[in-house]
Design a protein around this ligand. Structure first.
Ligand code: SF4
Ligand code: SF4
Length: 445
């Protein structure tokens, strides 16, 4: 794609990067076929190619974002299916991240929009506040249909996503070391994060158990917190970078202290952002090198587990698992093989979900901010999953787990919970009734 940025514009490193991305696009349109919003809405401006044109025009002319541009960029899920499809290697993620930041700086959203975004940015990134909000949301949840009827669709969507069950008590884990059982073979840091420890503390507990059982010491670094992913995708770059720097400092203290072999993440949306810290902070003279180091160490938990010789202890009954490949894992991190291979190795019958490249509609705060599109994507995803008649659905991202479990009676668990179970851990909570079944012997190479 030809561009007409001036030399003065190109002196800005962000514009320089954007120009390189834009020039890689050859307008072929292959990406439109796998873009969920184009598939649903059929509008070129809701396709990757259309959005690329809108962003190019906005940046080249140094225009403030218009209402129309904001509409089409806001509809983008940042699912990155377009990056997997693109034959020219267009780095759409960095381009749309830049566009969202530009929108945040130049466009004044309507008052209610600003209020709900500020609320999400504040509450979702703070586990204590989020816990309070989740408790209040559970009480107010029966009012969701009334809010929807009054036109307050985003508030209704927020309540709808609130878990109906009581939350498990808080497990304060930052600053804790979980010692390896037996001889220590390695030492890793595990991201605790912000939403996952409130909604699904069982996930990290399972990760810690399986790692400890296989000789890996796990530290949850003191002062680590939200990775910045949620606000990064809302264009709130200052807040995102501050959160990134905080976690880099926390992990650098471990690196320079006892040392760590990897930084493990059980929420793939967070993992994609942490793997991008090196890029996000590339122009920061104090943090650039440290951020690059952290990004190299960052691994999805399934990537790391696949390097260990995991041992089956009490293999569970042969269950059919529909493996939902989270967009952030398959498109954002190119981790597709490891979770399925690990599950198969321990006797689970793993089935791919048809249209697996299409997002479930979760996408960070998307299912709150764009509830209509998110709802259509969720229903389509669940129909594809239920067609497989699985015993259980496995995924590697709390956002997908929450989104999918809100629309089906089939239990949804994190992949690591199944692996923990297969290697001697407890049965995952949603599968409790299966605990009494006779295990099937599985031979693990
Ligand atoms: S990130 Fe997803 S929704 Fe956005 S343009 Fe690419 S494929 Fe479409
Ligand atoms: S597939 Fe890649 S090169 Fe083709 S239009 Fe889409 S982004 Fe551009």
């Amino acid at each position: 794609m030809q561009t007409t940025f001036s030399l003065a514009q190109l002196a800005d490193p962000q514009i320089y990067t954007a120009e390189n991305i834009l020039r890689a696009c050859v307008h072929c349109g292959f990406c439109t076929a796998t873009c969920p919003t184009y598939v649903l809405l059929g509008d070129e401006l809701d396709s990757p190619r259309g959005r690329i044109y809108l962003i190019k025009d906005m940046l080249e002319h140094e225009r403030p974002a218009t209402r129309d541009v904001v509409k089409h960029i806001d509809r983008c899920l940042s699912c990155l299916a377009c990056m997997t499809t693109c034959p020219s290697g267009v780095h759409y993620m960095h381009l749309v991240d830049h566009a969202r930041e530009h929108i945040e700086k130049t466009y004044k959203r309507p008052l209610f929009d600003r209020a709900i975004r500020a609320l999400l940015a504040r509450v979702l990134t703070d586990p204590a506040l989020f816990r309070l909000a989740a408790v209040a949301g559970r009480i107010a949840k029966p009012r969701a249909p009334l809010l929807r009827a009054l036109g307050l669709k985003r508030m209704a969507a927020m309540l709808q996503l609130t878990p109906s069950r009581r939350l498990a008590p808080p497990t304060e884990r930052t600053g804790k070391v979980h010692a390896a059982l037996g001889a220590r073979r390695g030492r890793v840091a595990l991201l605790s994060g912000c939403i996952a420890p409130v909604l699904a503390p069982a996930t990290n507990e399972a990760a810690i158990r399986i790692l400890n059982r296989h000789g890996i010491e796990v530290v949850v670094a003191a002062n680590e917190a939200c990775c910045g992913s949620l606000v990064h995708h809302m264009g709130r770059e200052e807040q995102a970078l501050a959160q990134a720097r905080n976690n880099i400092d926390a992990w650098m203290r471990e690196i320079e202290g006892e040392g760590i072999d990897a930084i493990l993440i059980t929420v793939s949306g967070c993992g994609t952002t942490i793997k991008d810290y090196g890029f996000m902070l590339r122009t920061d003279p104090v943090y650039a090198a440290k951020a690059a180091r952290i990004s190299v160490l960052a691994k999805d938990v399934s990537e790391y587990l696949s390097t260990l010789n995991l041992q089956a202890v009490a293999p569970p009954a042969r269950l059919t698992v529909a493996y939902h490949s989270a967009c952030s894992l398959q498109h954002g991190q190119n981790v597709t093989r490891e979770p399925k291979e690990l599950l198969s190795k321990f006797g689970f019958v793993v089935k791919d979900v048809p249209e697996g490249h299409l997002c479930c509609g979760s996408a960070g705060t998307y299912n709150i901010l764009q509830p209509a599109i998110a709802g259509r994507l969720r229903d389509r995803k669940i129909a594809n999953i239920e067609g497989l008649a699985p015993d259980v659905i496995a995924a590697g991202n709390i956002g997908c787990i929450t989104q999918i479990s809100g629309g089906t009676a089939i239990p949804v668990v994190h992949t690591v919970e199944l692996l923990d179970w297969a290697t001697g851990g407890p049965v995952p909570g949603p599968l409790a009734e299966l605990a009494d079944q006779e295990p099937t012997a599985v031979s693990v190479e």
